[in-house]
Design a protein around this ligand. Structure first.
Ligand code: NAD
Length: 317
């Protein structure tokens, strides 16, 4: 069995292939061929941390993976990553473990891939202005994956931590070779963007309904517990809402759970799972004025798909 670091994973795995694999995996999941129980969440209450265990058998790709991911939002103030992760990948035909890998980078890639897939299927084709709220670890991967499916003219970035936002802007300008600038507020960013990505650890909404122009696509990545939220309930109400998994959304998608609890939205109002849109079972965007929201909580099928890409590249070396 091989043991890999995040640096190995980053060197080996092309992100465009992760985007394609995650698109396939979302489809397999919604068509019912992926074996993926709801993830187990253990709260380390004393440390305000979460420990998540995420197994998946993805039959079409002939892969089994199980990821242990920990989310400690207070780590960032101690100079430590919010997320740590490791993945164990096995061959389902023999059960033989093939790889044990650090999985921060893999998580970043497959989460960025979710946004990219949502943009491909739900954003207006003429979208050019991108805004990203939250400039932490995931943010870079969000933009690296996004730019495999669209070419933004301008990217605006905002974070409550202004220094973090400034260094993110500098790094992404260099890496993407496109216009990236600092937004003065979440409001100005939202008002100017065709595609908005929210990737924060916030427990209160970072985007208000009145700021969002018709035709915008929003990929809401951050909130993964009932207590967290990035989008105002009124914004959920105004939007066509697509999720990664209906079951996982009911259990974990704070943005939707809070909108339902406050009477703004009903569970039946969710338009589709993204996999249903990819498979052509439900329509994606149906007009230039629609506001579309993709709410991701993160699925183990994404880890399995990204692990498959990793394994493919290991096998060719
Ligand atoms: N959906 C998924 O599949 C998935 C996958 C990985 C991570 N996540 C979630 O994404 C979030 C971000 O992860 P990360 O690793 O980048 O964390 P991080 O701690 O590195 O970055 C979070 C950033 O959000 C900023 N922020 C917090 N509240 C804000 C607010 N109100 N307005 C603007 N910025 C704000 C912080 O200052 C920080 O820079 C976490 O909640 C994590 O659990 C989701």
């Amino acid at each position: 069995m091989r043991a890999l670091t995040d640096a190995d994973v980053e060197r080996l795995v092309p992100i465009n292939e992760v985007v394609e694999a995650v698109e396939e995996a979302f489809k397999s999941f919604s068509l019912g061929s992926a074996v993926m129980p709801l993830r187990t969440r253990i709260e380390a209450t004393a440390y305000k941390g979460d420990i998540l265990l995420m197994p998946c058998y993805l039959q079409e790709m002939n892969i089994f993976s199980v990821k242990l991911v920990t989310v400690y939002p207070e780590n960032i103030s101690r100079g430590l990553p919010t997320i740590h992760a490791v993945v164990l990948v096995a061959d389902p035909s023999t059960g033989e473990p093939k790889v044990a890998a650090e999985a921060r980078a893999l998580t970043g890639m497959r989460t960025g891939a979710a946004t990219a897939v949502s943009v491909k299927h739900l954003a207006r084709r003429d979208s050019r202005a991108v805004g990203i709220i939250g400039c932490g670890y995931q943010a870079r991967w969000q933009l690296l994956a996004l730019t495999t499916v669209m070419k933004p003219d301008n990217i605006l970035a905002y974070d409550i931590d202004r220094d973090r936002a400034s260094s993110f802007v500098r790094r992404m300008k260099e890496e993407l070779k496109c216009e990236v600038s600092l937004a003065s507020s979440a409001e100005s960013l939202a008002r100017e963007s065709d595609v908005i990505i929210t990737v924060t650890t916030s427990k209160t909404p970072v985007v208000k309904a009145e700021w969002v122009k018709p035709g915008t696509h929003i990929s809401a990545i951050g909130a993964y517990t009932p207590e967290m939220s990035e989008l105002e309930p009124a914004l959920i109400k105004r939007s066509k809402v697509v999720v990664d998994s209906l079951d996982a959304a009911r259990a974990e998608a704070g943005d939707i759970i809070q909108a339902v609890d406050k009477g703004f939205f009903r569970w039946e109002d969710i338009h589709a799972e993204i996999g249903e849109v990819i498979a052509g079972r439900k329509p994606g965007r149906e007009g230039d004025e629609e506001i579309t929201v993709f709410k991701s909580v993160g699925l183990a099928v994404q880890d399995a798909a990204a692990s498959k890409v990793l394994l493919n590249h290991l096998n060719t070396r």
